[in-house]
Each structure stands twice: as C-alpha cells, then as structure tokens.
Write a protein that binds this ligand. Structure first.
Ligand code: ZN
Length: 659
C-alpha cells in the first residue's frame, strides 16, 4: 500500500520554490507502485524576472527522460507558461512541432528537453501538478466496468478523461475538459488506460493528494477482488540444467533483434503464479498497462519459444497499421522483450543488462495489474491501433533515425574467472565499460560485491570444483541469457623449488587450477560460445614464462605452457564454429594479489636492483599494469581481432628473451 513519505525535517532542507518540488518528485519516484523507470512527471508554476526587469510566468516541468527518484534542479525545463498553455488552443499540432514549440518556449538555454506532457501541466490552473502511472489507478482504468468503479472510488473528487494519445491530443482534451468541468473540490484527473494527475497549491498538498487517490484505488481493489490471487512455484526440486535451452532462445531473439541482447530469466513465485494462470493465453496478449511501456516491453509477450512466429506476427502488425501515420515509418525490430515459458520462466530482454532489468521491472508490475484487473472484472487495455500510434509516434521515430551510439560490446555477455582482483577484475571492468554484461567467478566471497549494477553478477566459485563451475555457468546464463566471451584468468603462482625437490602435492594443485579447471570450463562453455551472434571469443591469460621460463617455478611455467597449447588446439577445433581463441602473455604485472610489497622487495634484492628498476625492467622501461592487460583483452574481443585466432600476444613492455 502506498503511504505518504513526507518528513517535515527532511522537507525543511529543500528551500526555494523548486526545492519542495524536487523533494516530493523524489518521494513519488522512489515508490515503484507509483512511478517506474522514467514514467511520471511533475511541475511547478513560478515567476521569472528577465534581464529587462519584466516579469514572466513560468512553467518549471520535469525534463524528458529524467528519473523522478533522482531528479535535481538540472532535470527540470523552464518554459514560458503562456506560450505552452496557448499551444493547447491550436486545432492540431504534430508531435515534432510540439517538441520544437516547447524548446522555443524554453528560457534556459541548454536545459533538458521538456516532458511531452508539459502542455498538460500548463493547462491545469494549479501551482503544483503531479502525474504518475500508479499501479492501482491503471488497474481500475484498464478494467471492464472502469467508469462505475471509478465513480464508486472517487465520487466527484476527480475528472475522468477518456483515453487519447499522450502529448498534444491529451493536453488539448484535458484543456477543454478542465475549462468546462473543473469544479471546486476536484483534486485530480484520472486518465483512462494511462494514469493519474493531482494538483495543489503546495508541493505537499499535490503529493499527498496523489497518495490519497492512489490509496483509495488500492482499497477498492482489496475490497473487490472476486478471485483470490494464487501463489505458484516452478518445480525446482530437481533443477534441470537449462543453460543450453536458454542460450538457444537468446540466440533466436538476438537474430530477430539483429543485435546481441541480454535475456534474464526468472522463476520466482510471482512469475510462476502468472505463468500458471488458466487464462494466461488471453490475459497476457491484450497489451500493456500504460501506453509508454510499449517501448520497453512491446505490446505483448511471446508465449513459449517460437521467436520466428512472434517476429512474423510483429511484422504483419506493423504492415497492418503503418498507414495510420502520414509520414514514412521505420519498423522497429521484431524481437520480443518478454518471453513467458513454462520451463524457462519469465525471460526479460533488452539491448543491455540495464534495459533487460527495466523490461523486468515493468513486466512485474504488468503481471500484478493484469491479475488484479482480471480479479475485479476483466483486463481491457487500449486497442491495438492506439498502441501502435504510441509505439510509432514521431518522437520515438526521430530518436530511431538519429540512431543510438552504443558501446561496441553492448548486449554481449562475458564470463571472467578470478575476477575479484588484479587482471581478472580489470578485465571485467573494461568489458563492462565496453557495454558487456559480465559474470565474475572467484573463490573470494568479495566477488559478489566487486561491482554494482545490473550488468554485473559476481559468483563465489572454486574453478577446480566441477559442480560449482556448472552451477556458475547455469546461474550466469539464467541472469544474462548466454555467453559470448570467456576470459580464463584464474591462476596461482607457486614459487615451488627446484625440480629435484619437487613437491607432488603442490605440483598437482597448480595443475588443477591453472590447467585442468580451464580445460573443463572450455568444454562446458563451448556449446554456449558457438551460439554467440558475433562469434564466441576466448581470451586466455598465459604468461611470459611460456616463451621464457625461469628456473624454480616448474609447475607454474609448465601449467601455463600446457594452457597455451590447450588454447591452440581449441583454436583449431573451434574455428569452424566461429569461435576465436587467443592468448595474452603478461609479464611483471605487479598490481595483482600474486605480488605483495615484500615479495617484490625480495625479488628486486635477489637481482641486486631497486624495486623501481625491477618494476620497469623491460625493453620499453615501462611499468605494466592490470589495466594494460585488460585493454588488450577487450581489443581481442572486438573488431581489431575479428580475423585472428590462435594468436599469442605479449603485454610485457618488451622482453629480450621473448623478442
Ligand atoms: Zn503519462
């Protein structure tokens, strides 16, 4: 249930006219039952004195794309109120012209692009205006019998506006209705199939009216559900490995999207409850709970795994409705963004891990709203043509034509072993910077929190434990959908002794980690890597010791040499699968856990040189760091190495024994 989060002490910190506006915008933004990912917007009407001493009426409205939860002063656009309000009086205005007019009304150069709902804020006569797509309200407005239920819930405290396309048309309709129907005592506007607006003379009043009206809708739902919401679960007693099926599904979706995508699968109770609903085939295929979700989740999810069939249906949907637009439309990709499969779960898809997470968050609320609406009379969202207008409206099309610059590894999934520190951590970080989603494995439990964000999954695993490796691969594919890049980095350095005094236990332990574990991981990764849309890539962290071994570290040198040979064989065997396998041979990388200050000092002393000389003892006289190795690793996964496999490249500043 929603509740007011207003706190006098906290509110007092927000000074000026915009301060309270920012404060309550954030209060709305932090509650996902009110506002999800960029949904919702707020405004305040104010005054501004120009450089000529003239006073202007101002509309300060949230910028497009800013998230209410984190919005600050820079997230608001400052517009001439009269100019914006007058736009609603025009007979017609295209979306692109509207966006241009809003920019023309801006008095702050280089401010954010104003929300497309700015005109709507301008035509309401109140100082503060709040707009959300609150779950409980969209549930009522998307239900059979909505008008009656809204009347029972709100009486005459709200205006109800029928569905029209958000943007100019909605502002125009609201403006007319406000002029004729806005009576004293009305504290909000319910937008059918879309959301709710509240207003007031203070930020607190407008915010608390939102809480009050949404709360009343929640109470109505609680009191009027005719069927109980069940709670089901997936059969996880015997966890069947699903990674190959999931990776195959992701490959099919990537093909339909014409780009690698991230796909996260969820088999929790909420997903299970929805997936096992007896009417799933109908209730899931009606459309989103508020129109702008169509951009994130598409109109409907795919039921089952027939991605080709879904894509064909999407293309015919486009062909059926494209004539609705006066301008030439660019078709969006035909891949689903949500897949509901009885075995694989609820699979959420995006061009990046962040986008997949947004699709997941939105679909979780979609499932809740659909089940609630079904329980009070039936789920009935806007029609397909209306939805098409939203999906293909001019402003989204303009964004598409401008193109989006994405980092080169966007949508790809990498797995890095030994990623809690040193070279592995640097590789993981560099891969994420290039847009990849990364799973990091390490025996160190700190791996879990090594990085933040949806693009990171840290799993504690000992690479010599076959079960743990299998579970980690399973977990990684469940979270991201597949595997495109494998970085085999985990390794140990055991100084050991002379071969004449060989310790068999230590020898075997080094071989188990540096060689055997990698052979096993390669075997398990192969069926996943061969599904990679841009060709699978394996990067193996070898060692200078392969080409130039030293006395006294037999196990380490032999293990890295054998690992390099393993990589060469993999390159031979997997070339026909499009998988590239390359080896990096670093040397003297001291910012790793293998090296402590004491070992470093000890080594330098052993050679009779300073630590500084020891660090830079190479042809270029330069220090080599983990990030240098990571940079090469990322290059090996990108276009520079697209035609290279079976290669060995040193990162060592130049070594006279290797050159
Ligand atoms: Zn809206």
């Amino acid at each position: 249930m929603v509740g007011s989060l207003w706190d006098d002490a906290e509110a007092a910190k927000w000074v000026g006219e915009l301060g309270p506006r920012i404060y309550t915008s954030r209060l709305l933004g932090v509650d996902p039952d009110l506002v999800l990912h960029g949904g919702g917007n707020t405004s305040v009407k104010s005054k501004h004195t120009t450089v000529f001493g003239e006073e202007l009426d101002l509309l300060i409205v949230k910028g497009s794309g800013a998230s209410l939860a984190e919005v600050d002063a820079t997230g608001f656009a400052h517009l001439r109120l009269d100019h914006v309000a007058r736009l609603a009086e025009l007979e017609a205005l295209s979306d692109t012209d509207m966006a241009d007019e809003l920019l023309k009304a801006s008095i702050v150069p280089r401010g954010p692009a104003p929300s497309v709902e700015a005109i709507l804020h301008a035509v309401l006569p109140h100082k503060f205006v709040d707009h959300t797509h609150a779950d409980a309200v969209v549930t009522l407005t998307n239900s059979v019998g909505a008008e009656r239920m809204l009347a029972e819930t709100y009486g005459s405290t709200v205006l109800v506006v029928p569905y029209v396309m958000p943007g100019f048309k909605l502002a125009q309709l609201c403006s007319r209705q406000v002029r004729t129907d806005l009576r004293p005592g009305v504290i909000g506007v319910v937008l059918m199939n879309h959301g709710i607006i509240t207003f007031g003379s203070s930020a607190r009043e407008s915010y608390e009216r939102m809480i009050e009206l949404v709360g009343r809708a929640e109470e109505y739902l609680a009191a009027n559900r005719r069927t109980k919401l069940g709670s089901a679960s997936f059969d996880t007693a015997e966890r069947t490995p699903r990674r190959r099926e999931r990776a195959a599904l992701r490959a099919a979706v990537s093909a339909a999207a014409d780009a690698s995508v991230v796909m996260s699968c969820h088999t929790d109770a909420q997903a299970a409850t929805f997936l096992t609903h007896p009417d799933l085939a109908t209730i899931s295929q009606r459309g989103p709970i508020t129109p702008d979700h169509v951009i994130r989740t598409k109109a409907v999810p795919l039921l089952g795994r027939d991605v080709e069939g879904y894509a064909a249906a999407y293309r015919s949907y486009f062909d059926r409705h494209r004539g609705r637009s006066a301008t030439q439309l660019t078709a969006l990709d035909s891949a689903p963004r949500v897949i509901l499969d009885g075995e694989l779960g609820m699979c959420c898809i995006g061009h990046s891990a962040r986008d997949a997470k947004i699709a997941e968050d939105i679909y979780r609320h979609t499932m809740k709203v659909i089940l609630d609406a079904t329980a009070i009379g039936g789920y009935e969202p806007i029609s397909q043509p209306d939805l098409f207008d939203m999906e293909y409206w001019q402003l989204e099309q303009a964004k598409l034509r401008r193109g989006v610059a994405r980092p080169p590894l966007t949508g790809e999934v990498a797995l890095v072993t030994g990623a809690a520190s040193g070279i592995g951590r640097a590789c993981a970080e560099a891969l994420m910077e290039q847009g990849a989603a990364v799973t990091g494995l390490d025996v160190d439990p700190d791996i879990k929190s090594a990085f933040d964000g949806p693009q990171w999954l840290g799993l504690e695993a000992d690479v010599t434990d076959a079960d743990a490796v299998e579970q980690a691969l399973e977990g990684s594919v469940e979270r991201f959908g597949g595997l495109d890049v494998l970085v085999l980095n985990a390794g140990v350095f055991a100084p050991g002794g002379a071969i004449a005094e060989l310790d068999v236990g230590e020898w075997r332990s080094v071989m188990a980690i540096n060689l055997d574990a990698n052979a096993l991981l390669l075997r398990e990764a192969h069926p996943l890597l061969r599904l990679a849309r841009n060709g699978g890539r394996v990067v193996i962290i070898g060692s200078k010791n392969v080409a130039a071994p030293g006395p006294g570290a037999a196990a380490y040198s032999a293990s890295k040499a054998a690992l390099t040979q393993l990589a060469r064989v993999a390159a031979l065997e997997w070339g026909s699968d499009g998988i590239r396998v390359n080896v990096i041979h670093p040397n003297a990388v001291f910012d790793t856990r293998l090296w402590s200050d004491e070992i470093l000092a000890d080594r330098a002393a052993g050679y009779g040189i300073s630590v500084e000389q020891y660090r830079t003892g190479n042809l270029l006289g330069t220090e080599v760091s983990s990030s240098d190795v990571a940079r090469l690793c990322v290059s090996m996964c990108g276009p520079a190495f697209a035609k290279t496999t079976g290669a060995q490249v040193p990162v060592d500043g130049g070594n006279d024994r290797v050159v």
